[in-house]
Design a binder for this molecule. Sequence first.
Ligand code: ATP
Ligand code: MG
Ligand code: MG
Ligand code: MG
Length: 496
Amino acid sequence: LKSSSSFIRNTFIDYFVENHGHTRIKSSSVVPLYDPSVPFVNAGMNQFKGVFLGKVAAPCARAVNSQKCVRVGGKHNDLDVVGTDGHHHTFFEMLGNWSFGDYYKKEACKMAWDLLLGPYRLKPERLLVTYFSGDAAMGLKPDLECRDIWREIGVPDSRLKAKPAKDNFWEMGATGPCGPCTEIHYVNHDGSLTEIWNLVFIQCNRDVDGKVKSLDKFHVDTGMGLERMAAILQHVPSNYETDLFQPLITAIEKNSKDVMDYTRSYRADAELDCEYRRLADHARMISVCLADGVFPASSLNLKQIMRKTFKISTDVFQNPQLLSILYDVVTETLGPTYPELVAKESQAKMIIEHEAQAYAKMRAGMRKKWKELVAKYPEVQTLNEVELPGFVQGYKEFKETMAKQKTNVIPGELVFKLYDTHGFHEDIIQRMADFNDMTIDKPGFWKLLTKHKNRHKTAHKEQATTSSKVMFNEAIKTLFENGHTCTNDSYKYDYT
Ligand code: ATP
Ligand code: MG
Ligand code: MG
Ligand code: MG
């Protein structure tokens, strides 16, 4: 099929290998390679960070790959929008091509344009291009060279836009290689835009003290979202209607309790659709992470997403076993490209089963404690925070402390404790205050919060400067041993 996701993936790779002399490099694991600056691999360039910084020799002059990416936590965190739109996922595949000190802006733009108009057959009048408008604070000028390249290629000024650093200065994390970029957007039939491809001109590095410094050599780093391209070429309204997600949506429909009720199928109800999308999205992220050896006990991000997933499958789709079923569907669609999904199936399923049981137990326990709390403080029923693990303990402490208090102002220390130790969001505390006719010592709370955040920042800085050097040396060794790909064996966990 001329528009299937495997056609899009293979065409990308073949185009750069055969037409432009690139070497294909395997996707790395989603676990960062001894890199504390990001919680997960969030772009195709992560495994080449050492090359950009001049610490590792380039594996080749030109590379191409399809990389497993996870954008949860850190600088690029898309978790909160997942489900509410049709094109941001926690896990997605990024197709990319690289020049390590070889070709630069002109060739990169031309190659991208020719692929979009040629093999992918996109109409140029549906494409819009952005370039970097400069940033005085960083001492960077507008990228007029890039603008002129696009003009020369034939993009009219009406479809060429300058954009500030927020959009067009790409950075991997709080530190690391970065540079001005040019983004190619697709104009959908309803007039909305989808960013499909980002071409980054890696010419700087942001170091731990926040300074952006020029690199000795300039490189090209690009990333195209496979799922977004699939939605465009398959003429469907969102990524969730493509061949990458449809099998998951269908499996959820088939395996949820209310299958026979057509009002519960996908695209029957906007709110329910969000849950379908979240579940399908999270199932991919969890499956890929488990296959790469991420262990929920050591990754809070993964653990929380697994919990969310169990909650959706239990409460919305009435089937706590859904995640395990969806692992198989993910393997059917992605296994041929990422065989670790097949190889690690039994370990992954074991972890899913273990976590599902722990979740069910936690819920049962919570219910019992919750009932006791309601008996003592009936007002908590209205607050309805039954899913917050720290709520019962925190609420008791709150009531007991306030009973001893002479005023009805909740002290900053107590607010901070509820927030930090028991995981209460500020809005819950506000509702508690309103309910009990109390006010909050907000300045006191903010003071403590700032102090805490600063402590966190300095700790992070220290870690980044000292231990990252050690880790970097390790990373270089691993890069050489594995030929710039990271094997799962480096991340073996004891599953027992
Ligand atoms: P957006 O502005 O849409 O959030 P981005 O600028 O953050 O995208 P880049 O960091 O430039 O994205 O990543 C390169 C490409 O990867 C994007 O052009 C897009 O096609 C794709 N992409 C980025 N984030 C996601 C995501 N969360 N889910 C799916 N695809 C994504
Ligand atoms: Mg983004
Ligand atoms: Mg963008
Ligand atoms: Mg971008």
